[in-house]
Structure formats: C-alpha cells, structure tokens
Design a protein around this ligand. Structure first.
Ligand SMILES: [Zn+2]
Length: 61
C-alpha cells in the first residue's frame, strides 16, 4: 500500500483538457464554472475542485 499523502496545493493550475494550455481562473473556483481556453477556445466546465478537474463542454448541433 502506497502512502500518497500530498499536502494541499494552494496553487491550482488547471490546464485545458484539449491542448494543455494553463488556464487562469479568477478567484473563486466553483463546480459548474465555465472556463474558456485562451488558446483553442474550448469551453471547459469545472466538474470537481478537489482534485481540480475540468471537462470540455460538448456542443450540441
Ligand atoms: Zn485549449
């Protein structure tokens, strides 16, 4: 059994799930917040904050 007791990282550094561009989030990270990637323009929704996870929004056509 491995002990992965990593301390809380105060610096959240989310990246775009499409192109790995670091995304800058304004203060206040909430589940459901939509973040647009400045590089590829994909919109990502924060689906988890601990750990921080983003999922690209799927466009309906
Ligand atoms: Zn991107």
């Amino acid at each position: 059994m491995t002990t992965d007791d990593s301390p809380n990282n105060p610096t959240l550094a989310p990246v775009c799930p499409e192109c790995d561009t670091p995304l800058k989030l304004s203060t206040g990270i909430n589940i459901g917040k939509i973040v647009e990637c400045p590089s590829c323009g994909v919109e990502c929704e924060i689906i988890s904050v601990n750990p921080l996870k983003l999922a690209p929004l799927e466009e309906e056509k």
